[in-house]
Design a protein around this ligand. Structure first.
Ligand SMILES: Cc1ncc(COP(=O)(O)O)c(C=O)c1O
Length: 352
């Protein structure tokens, strides 16, 4: 097995009898402690985005190590352990009615109706569009008609933001901005978004929730410190998701069929991109070839869907085996893990 794989994980691969997602619980715990330490050193409150790893074992760890949860639906709100800080960001607004009556509740709002629906003890976080800096013109669900896109989430209009702040009355009002599909690699990116958001609000907010998408930052400690310096004494929350599963997720599957094409070896494996590996930029665990001696291997899923392609790698020919192991599997893979066309969902195994 490749270097750097924990013994418990390697042993779990041996137990796999079919398509399996294997997660290293010790690595997840270490990630949570690392994020919590880095955040608290800069007086930043670390939350856990429930959608990123909706499994009771992981939620239990998050409850022990982190400061609270980001919940996006009534079902997620119901899964939050009692008396934990909960930030509700449900685009439909339906989860607001399920907010707990005790503990700190932050309700992220995009409409005046959502502000009014929030319980009296809740803080209001006005959701601001991640597109306000104009740096990512190709990202977002709203097509501008000029080839540009912008996020479907959040407000970008000063008057509309002020209206939500007025509707909040005398509650604590903060702002919430989540980078979504943009993976920031520097603190500067978060600071630019935060400053643009702050420039849109008339009254200084009581707090800012900078959302998730922290997994592209190499030195989290330094990045959080930079964000803290830039935002001075403002209360800051973050709600990473996939960062907590960094390096902890693997997938195992047998090779079901192999075809030698003129330009590659095409292997149909038990693992499916659309059923088992969504939102994961996976990498094949295999020895690299000597120069000029590589075999090009393409792994495809067992479904009848043309785009069910896992990836393509050039490996040492001895590594073309009857089973594959992939790394960089995120907790979202478990969240989406599903069946299609008779291909069953993958087994989920925790190595510890
Ligand atoms: C509002 C919100 N916060 C946080 C996250 C977590 O994002 P990530 O897994 O990229 O850190 C998500 C993910 O979709 C989200 O929608």
């Amino acid at each position: 097995m490749a270097a750097g794989i924990a013994n418990a994980v390697a042993a779990a691969f041996e137990r796999c009898t079919r398509a399996s997602l294997v997660f290293d619980l010790c690595a997840i715990e270490a990630n949570m402690r690392r994020v919590a330490d880095a955040a608290r050193a800069s007086r930043i409150t670390p939350l856990f985005a429930l959608k990123s790893f909706p499994h009771p074992r992981v939620v239990e760890l998050a409850a022990e190590i982190l400061d609270g949860f980001d919940a996006a639906s009534p079902a997620e709100v119901a899964s939050v352990p009692a008396n934990r800080t909960i930030s509700i960001a449900d685009p439909s607004g339906a989860a607001i009615a399920h907010a707990p009556s005790t503990g700190r509740v932050i309700v992220s709002c995009e409409t005046v109706e959502q502000v009014r629906a929030a319980p009296p003890h809740a803080d209001i976080a006005i959701r601001i569009s991640a597109s306000i800096t104009g740096r990512d013109p190709a990202i977002g669900a709203i097509l501008d008609g000029n080839g540009h896109r912008r996020s479907r989430f959040g407000l970008d209009d000063r008057a509309a933001i002020a209206e939500l702040a007025r509707a909040a009355g005398d509650r604590r009002v903060g702002i919430h901005v989540h980078h979504g599909p943009i993976t920031a690699t520097t603190a500067e990116r978060f600071i630019a978004t935060a400053r643009a958001a702050l420039a849109l609000v008339d009254t200084p907010p009581a707090f800012i929730d900078l959302g998730g998408a922290w997994h592209g930052i190499a030195d989290l400690h330094a990045a959080f410190a930079e964000v803290r310096r830039a935002l001075e004494d403002l209360e800051i929350l973050v709600e990473p998701g996939r960062l907590y599963a960094d390096g902890a997720g693997f997938a195992h599957g047998r090779v079901l069929a192999r075809r030698e094409l003129p330009d590659r070896i095409l292997q149909v494996v038990e693992l499916s991109r659309i059923c088992h590996l969504r939102w994961s930029q996976v990498d094949l665990l295999a020895r690299a070839p000597h120069p000029g001696e590589g075999a090009k291997v393409q792994l495809v899923g067992p479904t009848c869907y043309e785009e069910d392609v896992i990836g393509e790698w050039t490996v040492d020919p001895s590594q073309v085996a009857d089973r594959v192991v992939l790394r960089n599997v995120s907790g979202y893979a478990l969240a989406w893990n599903t069946s299609f066309g008779g291909v069953p969902a993958a087994d989920v195994i925790f190595a510890e």
